[in-house]
Design a protein around this ligand. Structure first.
Ligand code: CA
Length: 228
């Protein structure tokens, strides 16, 4: 049983989503403006946030920016189909995923499940193993942390999962599709920009010069690989 927080100002949409998610066994919290939504998201009562972009008081991006200062709760942004740049901005601000209006309840349920599953897997992760060293990086699965030259990198849970995936497959070329399926945990919907955005953000944290990467490499037309 998990609790989904819906931050959305259109009451008919909230009602429709609540009705369907309750049938799937979720508990629902809702907020009709960004300010109230942020407070609820920070209260620790929700397991996942469904966040609309256009909101009164404070828009979805501002809610996300403030939320991410202290919380890594899974967030799915809800964007309008014509607002292509919103998807990228949402991901760059720290959303885990996005869904475009109008969406089917089936697609929404699949995305919620995929983003929840990641959280649940992380919480029950076992057995633990000794820290691994990869060039200047050290991966500690007990602490779920990665250090570079002894300094802890500030990673989101998904970034941590991506790094683990690469460390476990040294020098192996990983396609964007493979990453999407194995790290995000679901089949991609013909849109792999989430992977590109995540990799760009990750490079900013891993690399000395993100424009000239030395560790997280691109193999043109094939994918990415880690070189340490
Ligand atoms: Ca709205």
């Amino acid at each position: 049983m998990s609790t989904i927080l819906i931050i959305e100002d259109e009451k008919s949409i909230v009602d429709l989503i609540s009705f369907n998610l309750k049938r799937e066994g979720h508990e629902i919290l809702s907020a009709f403006d960004g300010g109230t939504g942020l407070e609820l998201a920070l209260s620790g009562r929700a397991d996942l946030v469904l966040l609309d972009v256009m909101l009164p008081v404070m828009d979805g991006f501002e809610v996300l920016r403030r939320l991410r200062q202290t919380s890594d709760i899974p967030v799915i942004m809800v964007t309008a189909r014509e607002e292509e740049t919103d998807k990228i901005l949402g991901l760059e601000t720290g959303a885990d995923d996005y869904i475009t209006k109008p969406f089917s309840i089936k697609e929404l349920a699949a995305r919620i499940k995929a983003n929840m599953r990641r959280t649940i897997v992380r919480q029950s992760e076992a057995p633990k193993s000794a820290p691994g060293t990869y060039g200047p990086f050290r991966l500690d699965k007990d602490l779920q942390s990665v250090t570079k030259n002894g300094r802890t990198l500030e990673l989101t849970p998904r970034e941590y999962d991506i790094i683990c995936y690469f460390f476990e497959r040294p020098s192996q070329i990983i396609s964007r599709e493979e990453l999407m399926e194995n790290v995000w945990g679901y089949d991609y919907y013909g849109d792999l920009r989430a992977v590109d955005v995540a990799m760009r953000r990750l490079r900013e944290k891993l690399e000395d010069d993100p424009a000239d990467p030395k560790y997280l490499m691109t193999k043109r037309g094939a994918g990415y690989y880690m070189q340490v």
